[in-house]
Structure formats: C-alpha cells, structure tokens
Design a protein around this ligand. Structure first.
Ligand SMILES: C[S@@+](CC[C@H](N)C(=O)[O-])C[C@H]1O[C@@H](n2cnc3c(N)ncnc32)[C@H](O)[C@@H]1O
Length: 406
C-alpha cells in the first residue's frame, strides 16, 4: 500500500486539465476535513472522492468504462464486455417479471447505458411487455452518456426509459444493479496489537492525505452497533492478537434495505464481486479488499489522483442478505455469476451465433469465457436476489444456489 507517494511511477500521468480537476477536488476534501476538525472517517472520504458534484470520479468527466487504458478508461464491466451478458440476464429478469405479474424495471447505476439497451432489446425479442425502464443514476455526466446509448435504440424502446430523481415509496417490478454495491462508501477499521481503531483520513504538513486511525471511544471514532458487532465477531474468528484491516458496508446495507422496503411485489437482483462473511473476513485478507482502478491497473492507494480513479471494495454478501431479509423480503437466491449465467442460458445464447462467422463468434466466445471462467469473473462475481410475492422459483438459481453459505 502506497500512502504518501501519490504518483506511483508505473501509472500513466493524467492530462493537465484532469490534474487541475483532481487538485480542485483535493482542495474541496481538505476543506471538508478541516471543517470536521482535522479527520474524516474513510467512508466520507470515499463518498467525496467518488460523488462530489462535478468533481467526483462518478460525477465528473473521467471516462471510466472501457476495454483499454489507451482509450482513457479505467476498468471494464460485464455489460461492456459482451451483449450476451445483458441478453442472458434478461432471460432471468423476464422470468421474474412474469412470475410477479409486473412490467416495470428499475436499474441502479447504469454506467454507459449498455446494460439497459441490451435488456430492453432482449425483453422485446422475448416478447415480454415492458411498461417502463427507469434508471437511477447519481452522476449527471453518466446520465448524458446513458441517454445517448438509449437514444440510439430509437423509437418505442427508447421511449420507455426514464431517469428518476427520487425513488418511489412503493414499486412493483424488477430491480437490477450491476457493480453498484461495490461503489458504495465503506468504513475502514484497523486492528493493531489487538485493538481496533476507526481508520480515517487526515492531512499531513505537506497537504497530502494520509490514513489516520482513531480510538473507537474517541468522539470521531465512534461506530455503529452493527459494525461493533462485526469487529467483535472478527476477533472470535481471526487470531485477535494479529494485525488486521477490515472494511464494513453499512452504506450498501442501507441501500439494500431501502430497495427491498420499496419493493411491494417483484424482485431485486444485484451482481458484484465479493464473498459471504465467513470467507470475507479471512486470515488471508488481513489487508482488506480496498482497491483502486486507474487505466486498467489495480492498486491500493485511495489518495492517488482523487476524482480520476475508481475506489472500491469487495461486497460482504451476508450483510447484504441480512439487510434485505430484515425488510421482510425473501432471499430469492445467491450464486456465482458463472452458475447464474449458465442456468439462465448463456451457452444457448452463444450457440445462436454461427461459429463460421468468425468475426462475430470469436469475440463473443472470448467474452463468455471471461464472464464464466473461475480464474476471471465467473467465481469472484456473485448474484444475489430478493423477492416479494413471486410465484415459483427462478431458473437462474435452480442449480448451484449458495444461499446456505451466507
Ligand atoms: C462500477 S459502476 C457500474 C456501472 C454499470 N452498472 C456497469 O456495470 O457498467 C458503479 C455505478 O454505481 C453508481 N452508484 C453508486 N451508488 C449509487 C446509488 N446509491 N444509487 C444509484 N447509483 C449508484 C455509480 O454512479 C456508477 O454508475
């Protein structure tokens, strides 16, 4: 972990205007730290770095999604890899819509809009009527990109898409979020010589951000009941004398509670990388899972180029499951992305492409390999879904459901 040398030599240096924007965001965060008395909890730092209007990574002009560093992007997500992802996911969504007798979708954090466009087209091809496809997007810049992608669909399909400024109190339909939970701010805790401290951010004499750990009984270090219980649980599982860094996910849990409370009838699907609690807080992950992405390089320094790089952590799916079930929703299923896509028919979807059409077939087969392979996204990524008032099971969870591991 590189805390203070904020320009690792191995990473490409941003353009001058991007560096100016990053400097403006850093000044804004320094001001927030100063106003808070010299220290901010890490989740607040992460929120400012990602979502400060106009300057945060997701709210500002960074390119973000793409296949290669040369195009100025930082990472690639499943919908960007292949249209077969949206097409296959749409089969599971179609079943959830039919089983709940609903015809509305909400997508959270729609990125470039490719998943939305792919799902709309696939549902149309499956003959599933869709009344509306609403997108909840925090970033104005991404909304514009999504609008352009959706407009390219043209006509009747594009006209079903709307952008929501606020969530409805009640929703009947199906919710989807790909790689949204991992983009929610996490709290950090560091255990040194058997004592947990809240890990936050302060500013050193040179004006650089640095990690700064505060006692849990200090006014600024105080933590919620759920986090405190989790830290105590980690002590019972992992040698309490050893050093350990843990992140906790109360923002993602609160988000899940909100979505599941809103859901009167239907289902909510979230796809992301992560593990159930027993695997998550593991001796081998003693440095936590905080990760930054800049130009397709992953590294561990959240203070590098604020606003120009993604900051993320793996999702702790047990906390997500607990949050959803607390609202009275049913856990519909939890499995690996590979299992989910296999059950939902990705192989059949690939089979519909003529293997002699090499220009189409080869990239599709490569993408499916990436989505499914244990060594790539197939095993690390999971799908968790909640439901209310659904009649019958969903084929995508029929084989290999791992709800019992949560
Ligand atoms: C890693 S990107 C994934 C984008 C897209 N789903 C994809 O797969 O390409 C994370 C997205 O989640 C969005 N996001 C984070 N928190 C959110 C929230 N509370 N509500 C809606 N979107 C959110 C971000 O703005 C961003 O668009």
């Amino acid at each position: 972990m590189n805390q203070n040398a904020h320009e690792p030599a191995s990473l490409p240096v941003p353009a001058a205007d991007a560096l100016d924007a990053s400097a403006a965001l850093a000044a804004h965060i320094r001001e927030a730290i100063s106003q808070a008395g010299g220290w901010l909890p890490f989740d607040r730092y992460m929120e400012l770095a990602l979502y400060t209007p106009a300057l945060g990574y997701y709210s500002g002009g960074a390119r973000k999604f793409g296949r290669r560093a040369e195009d100025g992007s930082d990472f690639v997500t499943a919908p960007e890899l292949s249209p077969l992802f949206a097409q296959t996911l749409a089969r599971a969504l179609a079943q959830a819509l039919t089983a709940s007798g609903t015809s509305r979708l909400i997508e959270f954090g729609a990125g470039t809009g490719r998943l939305a466009a792919g799902i709309l087209s696939a549902l149309d091809a499956l003959g599933i009527p869709l009344q509306s496809y609403a997108i909840v997007e925090l970033s104005g810049e991404l909304r514009e990109r999504q609008r352009a992608t959706i407009d390219a669909l043209g006509g009747a399909l594009a006209s079903r898409v709307t952008w929501l400024d606020a969530l409805p109190d009640h929703f009947e339909g199906v919710v989807i979020g790909n790689e949204v939970l991992d983009a929610m701010p996490i709290a950090l805790y560091a255990r040194t010589a058997g004592v947990w401290r809240a890990r936050g951010v302060s500013v050193d004499e040179a004006g650089a951000f640095r990690f700064d750990d505060r006692p849990l009984d200090a006014p600024e270090g105080q933590t919620g009941k759920e986090d405190a219980a989790l830290l105590a649980e980690i002590d019972t599982q992992i040698d309490p004398g050893g050093d350990y860094i843990a992140e906790t996910h109360s923002a993602a849990a609160a988000f899940t509670r909100t979505v599941c409370s809103m859901l009167v009838r239907g289902a909510a699907f979230f796809i992301d990388y992560g593990f159930p609690r027993g695997e998550y807080y593991h001796p081998q992950r003693s440095q936590g899972t905080l990760m930054c992405h800049y130009r397709h390089r992953a590294h561990g320094d959240p203070f590098l180029y604020p606003g120009l790089q993604d900051i993320t952590a793996h999702v702790e799916f047990t906390r997500i499951a607990e949050a959803g079930v607390e609202t009275g929703a049913d856990l519909l299923g939890y499995t690996s992305q590979a299992r989910f896509l296999m059950n939902a028919g990705i192989t059949e979807a690939l089979g519909e492409i003529d293997p002699n059409d090499v220009a189409r077939f080869l990239p599709a087969a490569n993408a499916v390999q990436k989505l499914m392979s244990e060594a790539e996204m197939g095993e690390l990524f999971k799908v968790i879904a909640f439901s209310r008032g659904i009649d019958g099971a969903i084929d995508a969870f029929a084989r290999g459901d791992r709800s019992h591991t949560l």
